[in-house]
Design a protein around this ligand. Sequence first.
Ligand code: NAD
Length: 287
Amino acid sequence: MAAVVKGADVALKLKEDIACRLEKLRADGRDAKLAILSAGDDPANASYERGIIKVFTSLGIAHEKVVLEEGITQQEFDEAFTKLNEDASVTGILVFRPLPKPLSIEFAAKTINPDKDIDCMGYINQALTAMGSRECYYPCTAEAVLKFLEYENYDLAYKNVVVIGRSTVVGRPLVSMLISRNATVTCCHTKTADITDRISNADVIVTAAGSTGLLKGEMLKNAKEDCFCIDVGINMRKDGQGICGDIDFESVEPLVGRITTVPGGVGSVTSTLLAEHVVRGAEIMRR
Ligand code: NAD
């Protein structure tokens, strides 16, 4: 039976650190503030935003929402973005993506102040992440996976990690982040021939595919008993009753050493990391 590593425990540790750092900032006459910029009303954004606001409210961090109508022009969007980028009171900017068509994120990605780029939307932080930097902002979801490993004091040297998913927001940056922490990484995707074979020697498996039941117990018959399975996927359950991950928990859990759940796993840490980044923005921004 696997030990379940809970997102709430990982997030709590982060929140304690954030609270101390906020206190120091405020004693120094500074503060942190998040700005959320969105265009249109995608319901997926609304649910993500509720989670973010809950975390920011619980930590007492200011947040501002700028909601633009779906039909705005590219120039109007870029101007709204620039206003936040130049606002000295804003220490982190989150732009909800994808933007409604035909709006493009390109201007914002090129011009965002790297110190305010708290979800690694800009080209500078993306390049630094790909180059293995430890100083830049990582995409929060990918970094949340690292936080689970850190929480467990998991040393990645000499370990085989399989990441399933190669998107630019989760899979790819995570591969770079893991390599720079000494893991030996295999990345699987929809054109990988035999995922069962790839995971047979894995110490850690991260599923970030968005595919219900992608990882099943029958694929883990030859897997390591102490394998740590981390589920990033968020999928609607087939019965319509809430969400589930990419891991078939019932069949996988008895065969591995550690596992995370959905809900209650990576998603619970992502918004807290966003708060950590907004505080870091305030710490590093010039006064
Ligand atoms: P994406 O659709 O952009 O990328 C999915 C990747 O998985 C692709 O590279 C694809 O090749 C691979 N993939 C899909 N099905 C596969 C299969 N059957 N076998 C092998 N590879 C497969 O998605 P994304 O934005 O990277 O997000 C991945 C998942 O993580 C989604 O379920 C998403 O909802 C979830 N997510 C969670 C959080 C969080 O906070 N927990 C945040 C962002 C995304």
